[in-house]
Structure formats: C-alpha cells, structure tokens
Ligand binder design. Structure first.
Ligand SMILES: NC(=O)c1ccc[n+]([C@@H]2O[C@H](COP(=O)([O-])OP(=O)(O)OC[C@H]3O[C@@H](n4cnc5c(N)ncnc54)[C@H](OP(=O)(O)O)[C@@H]3O)[C@@H](O)[C@H]2O)c1
Length: 271
C-alpha cells in the first residue's frame, strides 16, 4: 500500500469496469499513469481492480486502492466480514482507503455503530485511511465527533462544474476535510458545456480535462471513469492543465445545482 497520507488527486472510477474488458480498461489506465483506483463492494469491480494491479507488475505500494462498505453491510454482524471479503476479492492485505458508501437511517443501523466499526477496521490494519461517502454536513459533524479529530480522510460526493456544493465545500474547507468528486464528468455530459469547450479550445485540450483541472484546482480529488484509451489519456492530461483566475471564475459561474445521482436512500442534501 502507498505510505503517504495523501490521496492521489486524480484517480480512476471503476464503476462498470467488470470482467476481462474491465481489467483491460483499468490496465490501460495504469499504463497511462493512473495510481489511484476507486472500487466498491457494490460495483463488482474489486476483483478486476486486483487483477489489473497484479497484471501491471507495479508494487502494491505504488497504487492507492479505495473500496467502500455497502449500505447493506453496515450492521455489526456484517461489517467486518464484508471488509475481509473485500480484501480477499481484491487480493490485498490492506486497502489504502475504506469508505462508508452511503449513510443509512439511524433506525436501520445507528451511525455510532458503523463509525465505530470503521475505526476498528483501521485499527485491525484492514485500511490505512478511512472516510465516508454521500455524507451531509450534519452527518459529518456527528462522525467527526465520534472519531478522533482529522480521522476522516475524505467525503466522496457528487461534484462537477454544474454541482459545486458550496455549503458542503465551505464546511469541508473549514474543518480540513478533503472532498472527492464522484461522477465529475456527469457521465460525459460536461463535454458539451459551451464554456468548458471554449476554454478547452483556448488551451488546446478537451472540455472534460478542463472540468477535472477546475475541480482539482478547487482542492478536490477527482475519480473520472472511462473505458476508452483516448478519454483516459485526455482525463489524465488534466493533471498538467493550469487554469487562469479568469477561467476559474467563468467555471465557478456554471454551478446550477444539477444533481445527477439522487436515489431514494439519499440523505437530505445541503446544496
Ligand atoms: N460514492 C458514490 O456513491 C459514487 C457514485 C457514483 C460514482 N462513483 C465513483 O465515481 C466514478 C466516476 O463516476 P461515473 O463513472 O458515474 O461517471 P463520470 O466519470 O462522470 O463519467 C463517465 C462517463 O464519461 C465518459 N467520459 C469519460 N471521459 C470522457 C471524456 N474525456 N470526454 C467525453 N466523455 C468522457 C465515459 O465514456 P467512455 O467510457 O466512452 O470514455 C463514461 O460514459 C465511478 O466510476 C465510481 O468509481 C461513486
């Protein structure tokens, strides 16, 4: 496992990358230079992530691996067994980051119970870092009060140029918590945004890369997904793009609170 407490700012989302084609796409990303892979118990990609890392020949400490405990595995009887199963499926002794995928209502499993289990998973050495996903400010405040200060490495939430979550972003900045932007390309839709297209043309790159460069400049980690070598490379190129303050202002104005992922189990979002 990687030894730094820093999470590589550009990772690969692996949702949908199952089977041999999934292994190929993840392998291509590793060839390009990606060193951070985002999987989850519910994606059915833990095995493909493990296989691609082994196939790459990279040392275990060269690749940052995140997985997430599914909301159906948060009860005390299921939590730790599900984490051990994830480690077996990926084929590692420890993940770099273990997240609670979605919060559940207090009457289903109390937050106190699964945050304690998350801390115990880290103490047992199953995870180097721990964090949460789809947590609101109210849930973060409770989670942060339950764990030691700064215990949470990230909150992974939907963020992109059309959903910039200003309230959550300001809370996170104020408490030193980094946000990870999932679905940062809105499934590729941001590539049609005229402002991003214009800036991309000016810089000689693509609009998706501009969106990712913007999110990283805002301090977020990004985990875009792709099965195409061309798009994987374009997205990776975002790590070298430098946006001007004027570009940043223009992209900040694109926020329109457009939320794409909002299942019935969602908490009451802040933004
Ligand atoms: N924690 C959570 O609850 C949660 C929820 C959702 C997602 N996630 C994580 O976030 C990751 C990313 O989200 P996502 O996969 O839903 O969506 P995404 O990364 O926003 O978009 C992926 C889509 O965008 C297209 N695309 C990628 N690069 C492009 C480019 N340069 N130009 C144009 N189109 C491009 C891809 O098509 P091609 O394959 O053709 O390139 C793919 O269809 C997931 O894989 C998962 O790891 C987490």
């Amino acid at each position: 496992m990687a030894s730094s407490t820093l999470i590589p700012p550009l990772g690969l989302g692996t949702y949908g990358r199952t089977g041999p084609q999934g292994v190929d796409a993840i392998s291509t990303a590793l060839e390009i230079g990606y060193r951070h892979l985002d999987t989850a118990q519910s994606y059915d990609t833990e095995a493909t992530v493990g296989e691609a890392v082994r196939r790459s020949g990279l040392g275990r400490d060269a690749v940052f691996i995140t997985t997430k405990v599914a909301d159906t595995n948060l009860a005390p009887a299921d939590f730790m067994a599900s984490v051990r199963k994830s480690l077996d499926t990926i084929g590692v002794d420890q993940v770099d980051l273990l997240l609670i995928h979605w919060p559940v209502p207090q009457e289903v499993v109390p937050l106190e119970s699964y945050m304690e289990a998350l801390g115990q998973a880290r103490e047992a050495g199953y995870a180097r870092l721990i964090g949460v996903s789809n947590f609101t400010i109210a849930l973060l405040e409770r989670a942060q009060a339950l764990l030691d200060a700064q215990a949470l490495a990230t909150n992974q939430v939907e963020i992109h140029p059309w959903l910039q979550v200003p309230k959550l972003r300001d809370f996170a900045r104020g408490s030193g918590l980094q946000l990870t932007a999932y679905q940062p390309l809105v499934k590729g839709q941001v590539a049609t945004d005229p402002v991003l297209m214009r800036i991309a043309e000016e810089l000689g790159t693509g609009p998706a890369a501009v969106a990712l460069a913007f999110l990283m400049a805002e301090g977020h980690i990004v985990i875009p997904a792709s099965a195409s070598r061309t798009n994987l490379q374009n997205n990776w190129d975002a790590t070298t793009i430098i946006l001007t303050p004027e570009h940043m202002d223009q992209i900040r104005r694109l926020d329109r609170g457009y939320r794409h992922i909002n299942p019935a189990k969602s908490p009451r979002w802040d933004d």
